[in-house]
Design a protein around this ligand. Structure first.
Ligand SMILES: Nc1ncnc2c1ncn2[C@@H]1O[C@H](COP(=O)(O)OP(=O)(O)OP(=O)(O)O)[C@@H](O)[C@H]1O
Length: 440
């Protein structure tokens, strides 16, 4: 016999038929349910009664769910995990509320079983439990809150757009979202850099091809969409996608199915799509270089990762993390002067640049304790030597140095580096390969 007291729910719903049927169903499921028809009626009890969850329509007669949520937050009430019931037109409001701390939402019309499942899951996992998790993306308040948002978003499978400067950790955030999703298990995480695929190969790479679809297609190959089915597809540098591919991508996202090049059968897809870019897509839409319809399709939930210089609390935390990863055996640490040096830098290449700096410091410093001078030395490391008698060797050294400096200046961002150097992205890739320069 279950001797536990039933969990208590607070239901806010002005529609009498909907309210009554929800209340009945919750009670049948073993909850106790207090039902209020207006926000004003419920307000005195929220935060003063031990509710396991608040289920609220996002449109109430006396105020919107968002206004109620804001008021409760401003009053400093302990708000129970909140699930909003939303119409199709208010999804963006619900997503905004998720970012501000709401636990979940459900769109009308919905299946009652699904609602009950969601209510059970928010009751089981109150938000305060999530807050005790070990940080993964950083210790700053901005990144802790971003982690929580990603966890909530992962439960919906909504398409996510992650923006932020080059090297801020957009791919890492996408991987974090993938691991948050309950559905992952052993499901795949497929990352693709749209900017690095030659335009002529992009269609085949993304959507796959049938044997004989074109000369060279000696066997059928699955594209990245199919490979990511059941998991997460991370499309990095989405702003670099050529216009004709934008149209095809839009169709695949809308229809949730893919047809291989040279094939006829649509293959259904069930995946979480995460797109990322360091570019300003809205501006690109204005300039006509990025399709507006695609922009809205991929921008269901927008996660903006701040640059490292705006969350300096993360610098030393990541430094320790990288030191441990790069040289776990030597108990590496920074002297206070070196810490100060890192804290003061602007880090235009963000975490990628910080990681490179730490890697170089580990190579250059013989002692476990790394001094500020080690970071001064790194810029002069291995300069080309004009004394080398071989002309080609000297030119190569210069070329490598120029490319490396430009890459660092642009946080290893391929398009910008290539454009500064006046060469194509493909040429830049080839040169990096030739000179053994890794992207990070
Ligand atoms: N949370 C993290 N934990 C550990 N390392 C991280 C984290 N976030 C980023 N990094 C490091 O920083 C580097 C850049 O991260 P990531 O590739 O995720 O950035 P990005 O914003 O996707 O870069 P780009 O704009 O070039 O695509 C990675 O090589 C990784 O080593």
């Amino acid at each position: 016999m279950n001797t536990e007291a039933p969990l208590k729910l607070c239901l806010l719903e002005d529609d009498p038929i909907m309210g009554e049927s929800l209340c009945d169903r919750f009670e049948l499921e073993g909850f106790r349910c207090d039902w209020y028809k207006t926000a004003h009626a419920a307000q005195p009890y929220i935060g003063n009664t031990d509710y396991a969850a608040l289920i609220s329509d996002i449109q109430l007669p006396d105020m919107s769910g968002a206004e109620l949520y804001t008021q409760l937050q401003q009053e400093g009430r302990t708000i129970p995990p909140t699930l909003f019931i939303t119409g199709f037109g208010s999804i963006s409001d619900a997503v905004e509320l998720l970012k501000r701390g709401a636990a979940d939402y459900i769109t009308k019309p919905f299946d009652l079983d699904t609602l009950v499942e969601k209510v059970r899951s928010v009751c089981r996992r109150p938000l305060r439990e999530e807050r005790t998790d070990e940080p993964t993306l950083g210790i700053s308040a901005a990144m802790r809150s971003l982690e929580q948002t990603l966890c909530r978003v992962s439960e919906h499978g909504s398409t996510v757009l992650i923006t932020g400067e080059s090297g801020v950790g957009k791919e890492h955030a996408a991987r974090f979202l993938h691991h948050c999703a309950a559905r992952t298990g052993k499901s795949p995480f497929i990352a693709v850099n749209c900017g690095a695929i030659p335009e002529g190969l992009m269609e085949a790479e993304l959507f796959g091809y049938e044997k004989g679809a074109f000369s060279g297609a000696i066997r059928t190959r699955r594209g990245v969409f199919e490979q990511a089915d059941g998991g997460t597809l991370f499309l990095d540098e989405i702003g670099d996608m050529p216009p004709n591919m934008q149209v095809r991508l839009l169709r695949v996202i809308q229809e949730r199915q893919v047809v291989r090049v040279g094939g006829e059968t649509p293959l259904p897809l069930d995946l979480q799509l995460v797109c990322a870019t360091h570019r300003d897509l809205k501006q690109m839409v204005g300039e006509g270089t990025f399709r507006e319809d695609l922009y809205y399709r991929i921008n269901v939930v927008h996660i903006k990762i701040p640059p490292l210089r705006e969350r300096r609390e993360d610098i030393l935390w990541f430094t320790r993390l990288f030191l441990n990863e790069i040289d776990p055996e030597n108990e590496r640490h920074l002297l206070p002067s070196a810490e100060q040096r890192l804290l003061q830098q602007p880090w235009p290449g963000n975490l990628r640049e910080l990681r490179h700096s730490i890697e170089r410091a580990c190579v250059l410093s013989a002692e476990p304790a790394i001094s500020a001078a080690t970071f001064d030395a790194e810029t002069d490391h291995n300069p080309p030597t004009l004394d080398d008698p071989d002309l080609r060797e000297r030119i190569s050294l210069y070329e490598r140095q120029i490319i490396l400096e430009s890459l660092r200046r642009h946080g290893f961002q391929m398009s910008e580096t290539a454009s500064e150097l006046g060469i194509s992205r493909k040429n830049l890739w080839e040169k990096m390969k030739k000179f053994g320069i890794e992207k990070g």
